[in-house]
Design a binder for this molecule. Sequence first.
Ligand SMILES: [Zn+2]
Length: 123
Amino acid sequence: MNLPEIQNEYPLYDLIRAIKGVDPMFASSYELYLEKKIRKRANIPTLFDLIKSFRNHIRINRAESKAPSHTAFVTLQGDPAESTTATQFSAKSTPLPTRPCLCSKIHLFSACPYIIKQIQPVG
Ligand SMILES: [Zn+2]
């Protein structure tokens, strides 16, 4: 008997938690979606799927709300280490990161300049 290949969903929940600080509505609905997938033992989305969905969501929202195009996040296009957004994110809380991130460094997804760059509505 072959056991089904189980993808670990915990990194996804980490990222959802990080997104909650940016967009609680999206985070909660994605959480439900993910939970349904897990319950059905269906293939769960990858971290990249989640980031892609979130970016699409932002794009749609921005188009709808006609948000002003000027934003502090443009600084993220430069050096992520220098970014004020990254420090805002990581200053919130400092639980100990235990798993390597998408960028293979040990830190929380919510403290990752790469992921923050992905999930922020960069203009
Ligand atoms: Zn990282």
